[in-house]
Design a protein around this ligand. Sequence first.
Ligand code: ADP
Ligand code: MG
Length: 365
Amino acid sequence: MPEGEKPSRFKAIRERVFSLIGTNQTWNKIPQFLELLEKGLDKELFHDPEKDELEEPIPLEDLPVDEVLRQSGPFRKFYEWAFPVSHVFRITHRYGREFLDNFLPLDNANYIGRGSYKFVYKLPWNQVVKTGKSKLPSDSIFGSLYKEVGKDLEKYLKKEEIALKNYLQAKTRLESNQDEIEFKFRRLGLERLHYWKLKSLIPDLVIPTRFFMGLRVRNTPWRIPTISLTPCDQQPLLAGKHLKEFTIKNEKLEQNPILNKLFPKWKLNFDSHRFGVVSKSKLKKIAVDFNRVIQVTKYLAEEEKLIFDVHSENIIITLPDFDLKIFDFHLFDDYLYEPSEENPTPEMDHIILIEEFIRSFELDK
Ligand SMILES: Nc1ncnc2c1ncn2[C@@H]1O[C@H](COP(=O)(O)OP(=O)(O)O)[C@@H](O)[C@H]1O
Ligand SMILES: [Mg+2]
């Protein structure tokens, strides 16, 4: 073997390896965010339209209820009556133009709840679709994670979603419209990032959820429907109760008489057997799961400066299984919260409540 051949052969191999790393898609693509996010979702959210009729629908009275959240004001009620929701499609980009699929029928009668960010509708099969409420960019949800998404939108949106965004933006000349479109797509990316933060930490407690850009259609009295672009998500329908519904507010806290009259404070009294007696082993399992949620809440607060919005209407205890499920994944920057004397760190508000609930199980007795 002539001298010198070895190093040059080595060099050739090295170059070949580097060129492989550079060009081969599987090398570049290993931690693909969207692939991880949607893994298994097709199966978990699958339903067969032929068999939907055979499936036992979960009765409305078995769903978690929140009187205050569910109620709309008189103006909203009138609006919903005059312009009733009809359906929502998923909108993407195909064949060089917008493309609609995943038709989801909506109905005012199937409206089951809302929080600050979404309207929630029960579908004719046992799933829900949540349509994003319109929000201003100044809303507190659009914090540091929103910036993170904006910096790398390709990571959080599918190729066809980016193509749709560009397509829709090119169709309008108004800069304000273009910004509005940009904002909605970033909001979609943000929802996915929130979901992923929790899904990667407590996968079994976080219910499978698919986020997509939706086109929501409302009927009007003049028969021309109105449509609006809004981020949506779809997930299984849960039968159960909010953590809040396990409280019995029957003990007033001692305050001075005037405060007592104007702003009465109630001691949180939980009754875990309120909806039927729960076995000790079930209570133990749910206590362990709640402790995991507490650990995750602490971790996000300490390491990432993010407050997981895990208040009592964002936790559902399923019935009859009595399992803990998380279905709302919003995270907020910790600097948005004012520290108070009782709670120097904002995540403690949520944690104290959960601990109170666990204590009510009286597992040490
Ligand atoms: N998967 C679900 N099954 C049953 N009810 C749900 C489900 N998701 C949401 N809800 C109801 O809708 C309300 C608002 O939903 P949520 O996801 O918390 O919206 P937001 O992000 O606006 O707070 C919940 O408090 C709950 O009552
Ligand atoms: Mg909520």
